[in-house]
Design a protein around this ligand. Structure first.
Ligand code: NAD
Ligand code: ISE
Length: 335
């Protein structure tokens, strides 16, 4: 039957996922929304037939018409929601990051392992983006030989209020950490954090932009420019440099316009626009797998591994220089 979903957190992403589940995805409906801000939950619920508003995630997860959970609250609230979902053995799509640090991610890993089966798909939506999927298929085909380096640019028009140096890593660069692990099929072993003199447009207390370098256990080098107040738009680009060629994505997303002696195009202004197709594909894949009784996509292990790399990244920012990543042994459930 139709999957009844509780959406936890009805902010920017949560509200967009409610719209998506109601209007785009097939096979699901939003039966509950939860927000600590009661007014917010109520106003989102009011737009959806048969949807109840809650302020307590546990109460929503106990409702008869809730079969699955989409967590879109801020990262620090994910652990409690995940553990409650595990108590009820409910399937979960959890927005990235799984949790904000490695210790809490490890607690989730342990809890799911005790459950004995995978329950979580982590919201690393770039794995569902058409361009990233093309790059992945090309690298996997072996046509270009072994990937040697990966260059990444990650730019946001402006950062939200309260954005910190640590969030620059654990909220933003976490995507490149997952992309690196997924594209290359390798673990990240060390992170180096460097920074130029901050832009004059960087908000007080945030060193923006920054430059990170990852080393992998397959001997690849990966660099990431993270610039969250670039002002001009939202850009995510990647270039793989391989033994027999290079491949680049993220540059021709929009139409190219010739007009009055100039050529050009427009740049997406935010992730909701740039990754619309990826979010649609991600959520539909989750709903389809859940209805078949399966769990696919980025796992709790992937969420944990990214959190461990984030921890090294935040230490590298603070201490300067290169910090090695510490990972526990990968449990059989995730092999
Ligand atoms: P937001 O601040 O716009 O919304 C968060 C909402 O959660 C708010 O309405 C807040 O009141 C509510 N909330 C706070 N604590 C809660 C709790 N304990 N239980 C229930 N609700 C709670 O944030 P956002 O930008 O929508 O981000 C939400 C999540 O989505 C984060 O994990 C973030 O990293 C992720 N995100 C992912 C992408 C992506 O590209 N995949 C983009 C943006 C955000
Ligand atoms: C945000 O949380 C995201 O996940 C976006 O994809 C990213 O571009 C942005 O920097 C983050 O803050």
């Amino acid at each position: 039957g139709t999957l009844g979903v509780a959406v936890i957190g009805t902010g920017r992403m949560g509200a967009d996922h409610v719209r998506r589940l109601s209007e785009v995805t097939s096979g699901a409906r939003v039966s509950a929304v939860v927000d600590v801000d009661a007014e917010r939950a109520k106003s989102v619920a009011a737009g959806v037939d048969g949807c109840t508003a809650y302020t307590d995630p546990a109460a929503a997860m106990a409702a008869d018409d809730v079969d699955a959970v989409l967590i879109a609250s801020p990262g620090p609230a994910h652990e409690a929601a995940l553990l409650t979902a595990f108590e009820r053995d409910l399937p979960v799509l959890c927005e990235k990051p799984l949790t904000p640090d490695a210790a809490s991610a490890l607690r989730i890993l342990e809890a799911e392992r005790k459950l004995g089966h995978r329950r979580v798909q982590v919201g690393f939506m770039r794995r569902y983006d058409t361009e990233y999927l093309k790059l992945k298929a090309l690298l996997d085909s072996g046509r270009l030989g072994r990937p040697l380096m990966l260059h990444n640019r990650h730019r946001n028009a402006a950062s939200p209020p309260g954005f910190t140096d640590a969030m620059l890593v654990s909220d933003s660069v976490v995507h490149e950490m997952d992309v690196t692990r997924w594209l290359l099929g390798q673990e990240i072993t060390a992170v180096t954090a460097l920074r130029p003199t901050p832009s004059r447009n960087a908000p007080e207390g945030l060193a923006d932009p920054q430059f990170l370098v990852f080393e992998t256990d397959g001997g690849a080098l990966v660099d990431v420019e993270i610039f969250v107040n670039c002002g001009f738009g939202y850009q995510v680009q990647a270039e793989a440099v391989c033994e027999r060629g290079t491949a680049r994505i993220g540059e021709e997303h929009a139409m190219v316009l010739n007009e009055a002696g100039r050529w050009g195009g427009s740049i997406a202004q935010d992730f909701v626009e740039r990754f619309a197709q990826a979010y649609d594909h991600e959520v539909q894949t989750w709903v389809d797998a859940t209805r078949r009784g399966e769990v696919t996509g980025p796992s709790t292990w992937d969420g944990y591994a990214a959190a461990a790399v984030c921890e090294a990244g935040v230490r590298a920012q603070r201490e300067g220089g290169r910090v090695e990543v510490e990972l526990v042994e990968r449990p059989a459930l995730y092999r």
